[in-house]
Design a protein around this ligand. Structure first.
Ligand code: SF4
Length: 141
């Protein structure tokens, strides 16, 4: 699945959940997106849920802003960097971010970064509209 396809599919799932929960306050909505609750009530939201597996080993993992408003991707690639195509990067150059360096490709590796998963970050950038929150992520257009 391409970045673009995942982005569209994931945003659509997020939208559906928000619509279903429109009776909740913002704080209740954020709490609903905690990993432990999402695994139980939204099994289709993330492929890792079926194995009760977290993308980040952190008790406070919240899935509201998966992927991350700071992620940037382009399915055709941004540029060549020493014979490798750069397909994604972190716009804030997070100190906890990294890169997957493949033979011909570079992808952003967010495995060590918790920025978009903390509730303090989610509250600061809160919007019901996931596509709005992620409006700089998809650079295909
Ligand atoms: S490294 Fe962190 S802040 Fe940067 S795109 Fe990845 S999750 Fe977001």
């Amino acid at each position: 699945m391409s970045y673009g396809d995942w982005f569209q599919a994931h945003g659509t799932k997020h939208k559906k959940i928000i619509k279903k929960l429109k009776h909740l306050s913002d704080d209740e909505l954020i709490a609903y997106f905690r990993f432990d609750n999402m695994v139980k009530h939204e099994p289709d939201f993330c492929p890792l849920y079926k194995d009760n597996k977290k993308c980040h080993d952190n008790q406070a993992l919240n899935c509201y802003f998966c992927a991350c408003p700071n992620f940037r991707f382009k399915d055709k690639g941004f540029e060549l960097q020493e014979r490798r195509t750069l397909f994604s990067y972190c716009d804030i150059d997070s100190k906890d971010g990294n890169q997957y360096l493949m033979e011909e490709a570079i992808h952003q590796n967010c495995a060590g970064c918790f920025v978009p998963h903390s509730e303090a970050y989610i509250k600061k950038h809160f919007t019901h509209d996931w596509f709005q929150a992620m409006n700089k992520v998809n650079r295909n257009v």
